[in-house]
Design a protein around this ligand. Structure first.
Ligand SMILES: NC(=O)c1ccc[n+]([C@@H]2O[C@H](COP(=O)([O-])OP(=O)(O)OC[C@H]3O[C@@H](n4cnc5c(N)ncnc54)[C@H](O)[C@@H]3O)[C@@H](O)[C@H]2O)c1
Length: 494
């Protein structure tokens, strides 16, 4: 595989949709106090240590670890260089297929590059266009086609991507371009059918999260794709972060003692216009099909998936019980201020709290609580804060493997695929629990207010409540939120 790399900063999506959050780069992430740029938990003497994959620690820094260097933990070794072989599947894909005509059909294809079709190029798809251009500049891929309901104008296609073929007919476009990989970034209810269309043609897939709006649709997609033997990557980009295996290994080494629970916190903001941008936005169902576009299943789905990954409970059978509390301040069908508690097979509780109505939006994070410390991971920034009893806090910054690049490397070189559908099974159980839960309760008018300048609704006090839920592994109702409706538990047996 190539060295660690990351695509352009994903928050394009939030900016485009009139969203306020802390952005992707720059500031030091807030640990608990969500209003502060430099939370009190981070002393001035804190040293930031870079992931070895991103270069050496600056030589002028003294060892900040009291004799315990971060690379003394296996977590800081380069897992990506261990030469792990793929789990199988991809090599039976189109490349070795007798019907494979990819390299001959694209006469202008540079040898060695992989042709890609992108489905859904407006919205978040624009981020994929930029990412494809980045990989095209590296000579790895070529954008062969764009599938959109109406063709993109020249202005909408980033410079350098040429004039890819365009069609609203996904299957026909895959056939005519002979693309080897399809990136699917369309509304949630379209995911399964489009993924299966690609798979049946032997086209490998990067499918945006959430993979499907129900567990049954997920199974139809995952089983159907597996039967064709093509590779499928699910777009949980935080799972491409090198911080995830590093944290897991820190935990396994006993860096924070016995793990007592995992919390996730996401306090974001969405303007009311966000829900008007597309017919499916903020919907639970549309025209009789599931959508389930809620805060925990879509914008902050990464917090759920990342918490499950840090707990090592990613598969459907790893989740034994799910409690949900779904509320909404906005005039939508879905939830925008919710929390969930999962009972997992290893006995470690996972609580994720999220809102799109933050007063002061900030970077989402996942925190691993241990008997002797805690590890906080700001998953959009690849930043990790290790706090151990008896030691000063240490902050680390990691690299990230881009999921499309990983898929290309998997298809061409057999690299291990990072986010196969099965490791999103536990997340899909959460989607299913939210789908089956009673429709989200509207918050009383006294519990939210409109910020007229930003045309968005805020829930006073929610920022602290979200952080408290992740800290205490408690649901909103258990934290005394007077607007929280009585605790509703949904038991999901697997
Ligand atoms: N990984 C992330 O961080 C991230 C961020 C944002 C969105 N997403 C996911 O990306 C997907 C798209 O989200 P969005 O917010 O951009 O949605 P959107 O509705 O704003 O944009 C979707 C685009 O797909 C097009 N489209 C719809 N049906 C199509 C079809 N059958 N064929 C081709 N194009 C079609 C639409 O015209 C539109 O341009 C969703 O699955 C969402 O959950 C992921």
């Amino acid at each position: 595989m190539r060295g660690a790399s990351r695509g352009p900063c994903p928050p394009d999506e939030e900016r485009r949709q009139g969203v306020r959050d802390a952005g992707c780069g720059g500031h030091r992430p807030g640990a608990v106090s969500r209003r502060r740029r430099r939370p009190p938990l981070l002393p001035r003497r804190l040293h930031r240590v870079r992931d070895p994959r991103r270069g050496q620690r600056p030589p002028h820094l003294p060892s900040p670890h009291g004799g315990r260097r971060p690379d003394a933990y296996p977590a800081h070794k380069d897992r990506q260089r261990r030469g792990v072989r793929p789990r199988g599947g991809a090599r039976r894909g189109r490349r070795e297929d007798a019907m494979n005509t990819v390299d001959t059909m694209n006469t202008d294809n540079t040898p060695g590059t992989v042709d890609i079709v992108l489905a859904g190029a407006r919205g978040h798809g624009h981020w994929h266009l930029e990412n494809i251009r980045r990989l095209q500049d590296k000579g790895i891929v070529r954008l062969a086609g764009i599938c959109e309901l109406t063709p993109l104008t020249g202005d909408e296609i980033p410079e350098g991507l040429g004039t890819p073929e365009q069609s609203a007919d996904f299957g026909a476009l895959l056939d005519s371009t002979g693309a080897r990989i399809a990136v699917i970034c369309t509304p949630i209810p379209t995911h399964t059918d489009l993924a299966l269309q690609a798979a049946r043609r032997g086209v490998h897939i990067l499918l945006e999260k959430p993979p499907a709006p129900s567990y049954a649709e997920f199974r139809r997609m995952a089983d159907g794709v597996a039967a064709t033997g093509v590779a499928c990557q699910i777009g949980f980009q935080s799972l491409g972060s090198h911080a995830v295996p590093a944290i897991r290994e820190l935990v396994e080494e006993g860096a924070i003692g016995e793990v007592t629970g995992i919390g996730g916190a996401g306090a974001w903001a969405r303007a009311e216009a966000y829900y008007r941008r597309a017919p499916w936005a903020g919907k639970r169902r549309m025209n009789g099909v599931d959508v389930i576009d809620g805060v925990l299943t879509n914008p902050l789905a990464h917090a759920v998936a990342t918490a499950l990954a840090l707990n090592g409970t990613t598969r459907a059978e790893h989740v034994t019980r799910i409690e949900t509390e779904l509320q909404r301040a906005n005039d939508i069908e879905s939830d925008d201020t919710s929390c969930v508690r999962l009972t997992t097979a290893n006995g470690i509780p996972v609580v994720v709290a999220a809102t799109l109505c933050a007063e002061d939006p900030d970077e989402p994070y996942v925190v691993v609580h241990g008997s002797h410390g805690r590890i906080t991971y700001w998953y959009k920034q690849d930043r990790v804060l290790l706090q151990q009893a008896g030691h000063g806090p240490e902050e680390y910054e990691y690299g990230r493997t881009d999921l499309l690049e990983n898929l290309v490397d998997h298809v061409t070189d057999g690299d291990e695929l990072l986010v196969v559908p099965e490791v999103t099974g536990a997340f899909m159980k959460v989607v299913e629990a939210i789908r089956l839960a009673p429709d989200p309760a509207p918050l009383p008018a006294t519990a939210w207010r409109l910020l007229p300048d930003e045309e968005r609704r805020v829930v006073p006090g929610i920022d602290g409540l979200v952080a408290a839920a992740a800290d205490n592994l408690a649901l909103y109702s258990e934290l005394g939120a007077d607007w929280a409706r009585p605790h509703v538990a949904n038991e999901v047996s697997t």
